[in-house]
Design a protein around this ligand. Sequence first.
Ligand code: RBF
Length: 361
Amino acid sequence: MKCHDRKHRRMPRRVVVFLLLVWIGGIKGFALGSADKSQKGSGDRERHPSIAVFIPGVMSGSPIYEMLAEGVKQAAAEKSNAQGQVTVTVIEGGFNQAEWEGRITALAASARYDLIVSSNPSLPAIAASVSAKFPKQRFLLLDGALAGKPQIYTLRYKQREQAYMAGHIAALVAEEALQGENKAVRLGLVAGQEYPAMNEVILPAYREGAQQVDPKGTVDFRVVGNWFDAGKGAELAADMIRGGATVILSIAGGANEGVVQAAFEAGAKVVWFDTNGYGVRPGTVVGSAVVYQDKAAYEQTIRFLEGRLPFGKAEQLGVAEGYVDFIEADPDYQASVSAPVREKQRILIEQIRSGVLRLEE
Ligand code: RBF
């Protein structure tokens, strides 16, 4: 202490003030320099954006949600190198849908997140309700649609294309198994729950794709009632198979496992949705109609971080744009599905990709 005091006493006051000013100037100059490297004229929060990913359910068993978190994290990691730290907080909202709005309201009320990212067709209405109370809160929502809200951007996939391709492969495989018997193909669809995109887009397009193969083809549609109960999934699938269904499309999150197990035990087949599922049970899974949600989440997060995300807009992307696809290049697909069936499926995909077959929604 004494030594310090002595030093100060020896230095004239003017010199101390001068040195202090130089020191403060140096810090300021440095701070401005780094701000210039990131986003000009933006506040501290924009230089260090914070993103919440709200999973409406749980990630385990639902690859559509795993892809969501993955894509956002990848974009954040990439932008963290160039522009400082972008933080991503992933919150699992659980299966009680009645709690989701409260959970999202709490996230908005915390004012901690520049962006809330989420995914499924029920989210736009929830986000609209929350943003009415918190007008500064912005949302990036995938797999849902709502235009005209200045805080909300949505992107949904052309699921008529996705489900049509699923119905087409399912019917081709079912038809081949009939070995020329004069019977109509019988397919199944197990869904986690009923919702407009399921009832009005996915189920009809699945049937439509099947009926391109066999105009008399029918679809047995069953609902688990949640997105986790593998036991119930297995029970429904086994019952459908007893009723004559030979190929089942499963869109039921964690309950998909039960559907695959029941199909395997009964010698029936399964078509997978959203991700490549051939490896789940090689020989039983005979089709994978996918959405590239990881790519969409990555690209839209990048757009947000670069200030280019068009809030207020609802976009829709499909096969031609590279967001909906059917996986052909997989050894398990090639091993479990005959060459003539794969050739017919290849032609269908080509027709959708080139625009010869238009599946507008
Ligand atoms: N799909 C899942 O794979 N897992 C889920 O937990 C899940 N929860 C959903 C909850 C609601 C309220 C709605 C409307 C859809 C849900 N989906 C879920 C379906 C998902 O949005 C999408 O339709 C399917 O993944 C097919 O692409």
